[in-house]
Design a binder for this molecule. Structure first.
Ligand code: ADP
Ligand code: ZN
Length: 220
């Protein structure tokens, strides 16, 4: 069964971890706009240059740039593939844009899953997060560290603490989430797609189980 799913929730809630795990298990496409933007920065593209300062400050990249990025990326995705959107949409304008892009492809958002955890937990996770510069894998010094300090288990690339995971920027990202992204919760409550809530304030395996249940998937 092929589906289009949006993983909604604040920074640090674990959307990426859950999206990767589910995409691996069902052979779907994980589309993280944060990862795509960081790739654009590494490649030194125009988009990468325009995004750098905003991202490092914890602000959002403008909607039109994000929508172009997503539309472009979806050209390389098989029309029947399941898609898991992570970190996108982040504004109601992006949500409307996504509906239009999907409609052009004869698809629509099937399900929205909202991941929730208290701010203290989010801040703790982000301050311990280490990200691979090569493959975007994430680790956490306080509960899921890499085998070798500073080296990615998956690809051997260098692990860094993202500039935007520094405490002041994390506070700003949480504010930006509250003001610009949280309105999507009521937006999707009134949308054809069905929204489910999952508590992310529990061990990753339990979150994964609840996530699958929310999507009506059984044990794989
Ligand atoms: P996290 O999942 O921890 O919030 P992301 O990797 O999703 O981090 O995003 C990092 C930064 O990239 C954001 O703070 C923002 O500047 C930018 N970004 C990512 N996705 C979007 C988006 N859909 N719209 C606007 N900006 C985005
Ligand atoms: Zn890696």
């Amino acid at each position: 069964m092929s589906m289009v799913v949006i993983l909604l929730g604040p920074p640090g809630v674990g959307k990426g971890t859950q999206a990767v795990r589910l995409a691996d298990s069902m052979g779907g496409e994980h589309v993280s706009t944060g990862d795509l933007l960081r790739a654009a920065r590494r490649d030194g593209t125009e988009l990468g240059k325009k995004s750098k300062e905003l991202m490092d400050a914890g602000e959002l990249v403008p909607d039109d740039l994000i929508l172009d990025l997503v539309r472009d990326h979806l050209k390389g995705v098989a029309p029947e593939a399941s898609i898991l959107f992570d970190g996108f949409p982040r504004t109601t304008a992006q949500a409307d844009g996504l509906d239009r892009v999907l409609e052009e492809a004869g698809r629509r958002v099937d399900k929205v899953v909202l991941f929730e955890a208290p701010d203290e937990e989010l801040t703790k996770r982000l301050s311990g997060r280490r990200s691979c510069m090569e493959c975007a894998a994430v680790f956490n010094v306080s509960f899921k560290d890499s085998e070798v300090d500073g080296i990615c288990d998956r690809c051997g690339g260098p692990l860094i603490h993202r500039v935007d995971d520094e405490p002041e920027t994390v506070m700003r990202r949480l504010e930006v989430y509250q003001s610009q992204t949280a309105p999507l919760v009521s937006h999707y409550e009134n949308h054809d797609a069905k929204m489910a809530r999952v508590s992310a304030d529990q061990p990753a395996d339990d979150v994964y189980r609840a996530f699958r249940t929310a999507l009506g998937l059984d044990w794989a």
